[in-house]
Design a protein. Structure first.
Length: 149
C-alpha cells in the first residue's frame, strides 16, 4: 500500500469526506485529493493532524491497512460470551485444513503433557493465571514459527 491509499482508507474508515477533512485542517479539498492520489505529501504537521483526526498514531497512518484494522476492531469488540460459542478449530480449518485432520495423526496426549508443563511453569515462575499463561505460550510459539519462516 502507498501513503495516499492509506490516507484515503483511513478517511473512509473515519466516515469523513474530503471536504470535511479539508475544513478541519484548513486546506483545500484539492489538497486532500492530491495527498490521497500521491500527487503530493502532507507535511509532518498536517500528518500529525490527520493522525489525530483519524484516531491513529503516525505509524498506524503510514502503514494503515483497512483489512487489518477491521480484524483488530472485530477482536476488540467480541465479548467472551460470543467468543465461547465459536468453534475456533472448525473456523480456522476452513483456511488451514490440517486443523480438521491432525487429531487422527498426532499423538495429542504426548504434546498435551509437554504443553501443560510449560503452562504450569509460566504460572509458577511469572504468577500468570491460566488464560495469561496460555496467551503467552501461544504468542511465543507464533513468534518462533514466524522467525523461522
Amino acid at each position: 500500500m502507498n501513503l495516499g491509499n492509506n490516507l484515503f482508507q483511513a478517511r473512509k474508515k473515519a466516515g469523513l469526506s474530503q471536504e470535511e477533512v479539508a475544513s478541519k485542517l484548513g486546506v483545500s479539498r484539492q489538497t486532500i485529493s492530491k495527498w490521497e492520489t500521491d500527487e503530493t505529501l502532507p507535511d509532518i504537521y498536517q500528518s500529525k493532524k490527520l493522525s489525530k483526526l483519524y484516531h491513529l498514531s503516525l505509524d498506524e497512518l503510514i502503514e494503515f491497512d483497512i483489512d487489518v484494522k477491521e480484524i483488530e476492531e472485530a477482536i476488540e469488540n467480541t465479548d467472551e460470551k460470543v467468543e465461547a460459542k465459536i468453534d475456533w478449530t472448525n473456523a480456522w480449518s476452513k483456511k488451514y485444513p490440517v486443523l480438521a485432520s491432525y487429531q487422527k495423526q498426532v499423538d495429542i496426549k504426548k504434546y498435551s503433557i509437554q504443553i501443560r508443563e510449560l503452562l504450569e511453569e509460566l504460572k509458577i515462575v511469572y504468577k500468570y493465571n491460566d488464560l495469561d499463561s496460555m496467551l503467552v505460550l501461544k504468542d511465543i510459539l507464533y513468534h518462533e514459527w514466524k522467525d523461522k519462516n
